[in-house]
Design a protein around this ligand. Sequence first.
Ligand code: CA
Length: 651
Amino acid sequence: MLLGVTASMGICMAQQFDEVTYDREKTVFRLNAPAKARKVVVRIYEEALGGTPRHTVTLKKERGKGMAAKEGAALWTGCQEGNLEGMFYTFDTGQGECPGTFAKAVGVNGRRGAILDLRVTDPEGWDKDVRPAIGSPSDLVVYEMHHRDFSIHPSSLSRYPGKFLALTEDHNIEYLKTLGVNAVQILPSYDYATVDESQPDRPQYNWGYDPLNYNVPEGSYATDATRPEVRIREFKQMVQALHKAGIRVILDVVYNHCMNIAGSNFQMTLPDYFFRKTEKGKGASGDIGTTGDDWANASGCGNETASERALMRQFMLESVKYWIEEYHIDGFRFDLMGIHDIETMNSIRREVDSIDPTITLYGEGWAAGAPALPDSLCAMKARTHLMPGIGAFADEMRDALRGPFSDDHQSAFLNGLPGHEESIKLGLVGGIKHPGVDMSKVNYSKEAWAAQPTQHVSYVSCHDDMSLVDRLRTSIPGIGTEELIRLDLLAQTAVLTSQGIPFLWAGEEVLRDKKGVHNSYNSPDSINQINWEHLRLYPQVFQYYSGMIHLRQAHPAFRMGQADKVQRHLKFLDAPSCVIAYQLDGQAVGDSWKTIICILNANRTPQQVSIPQGKYTIVVRDGVVNAEGLGQHTGRVVTVPAQSAIIVHSS
Ligand code: CA
């Protein structure tokens, strides 16, 4: 059996990175390393850390060819006889030891590659695992979660607190199904650097935006990080259990930067290739040893990768394909996608389409600083229309609802402040050009940036920044619980009736807070964990979220999926200040409801809105959802209670 040969989904790719091929008689090592390297060796150990090499193999340089050769690399190969299963290895190109750029199994803390047969990591029935079907990305309701946040609090009653396996437990799966989400987006779950996997009993926390090995699951989420096969198998068990429940798995991928340059597998394998330099850095003499301001830093983490370079682009392509094929991943969320170039993102879309066009791709269409690449080439939000089939997070509606990213104390629509209506309307149509949206009044964009509504990720909160609860408390001083709940539900009504891809941060449905912490990337569990006792305290909040999700999924009018349909069949109605009213033509898009009218009222008083004369069934009013109906309404005027949404339909 072979390690390093991709699984059985019929894709043959030209592997451009390190490859370790194991069978019982021998293990073959291949590495694309600098053609000019003096020596490249593999060291084989019995231990994942420490010890002395059992074998040292000097790799032989083969004649360079193909993409790698053009980039200054040559293929170095070697072989060690004997059965090396269970052993560990490192490559050394003269920069120190590392597991290579494309290790598929590693030892504890990811410092050495592991030699194993990947097929023994497949759980029973893995060959029958299938991707839950969707019609379009706007059919998804994405639930963004961190493994530890989700199941570490005692109230989660998980047998595997903080682990991949928590998402195989019946009560957790049942919870997600009851809520109604059909995709989880898991925070970085590849092997990252900061949590010490050798100390599983010590509480440690990190979001995981510090990549170490991109193609191996993180060890601290496994029940045993010291056995390389365990994290791989348990990750697959998680995917399998979610798929059985009809829930897709979207991976948060952070190809835009590494934990650091000097210790990175990229730099140790092919120095000075994978990272962008500043103008000053480009002028520095010598390849190695440049530091500090020589390196571009659009990630805000000290470095940025160079997706426009052939091998970095190829790395992202092969990595995405590997997660799809080996782990059956259904979608990818690209961290700081604006650092990547448009051509790379489009080539990933093309490759993924050849496997399954329903695999979802979206990302953050921005960066933490200006990338060292011409702006016109960067995959920024404003250029989403140039990247068909790739979405971006929408900050227009998010900030128009809750207030700007730059100041937690400022509020917006939710606090009854006028002037934010058009930005929210842009979010409701899914970021596309629409006759009912006055772009001159939109906060951040003066032109519609999505070609299709399925390119617009609609949200009001995510792991970044404050939770919605904390934001409401901070931006509306003195807010009481009742008002907070009203506004929370109003905000998520906008998200869950948007024609884009609705996106919820886990725990918002039980009024999760983070004690006011904005950037909780390494805060303790006491800040980040979801206290599920809130479910008992605020059942009406969960019921509303769940009700709205099910309403969306039962009614295609909320997720038309195509720009021309949204342009024709979503119409805004005249409304007072701080009220947004819109009408969906359900009949035209195959909905069982003929006409649907949604009205969002952020005022502290009830508001009246004129609607077409008709007889309507009320399905959402004053924080309550009931698809069967909460009562009837007849006439040309509807009154919307304060700080809440109303949805009515004619049959
Ligand atoms: Ca790790």
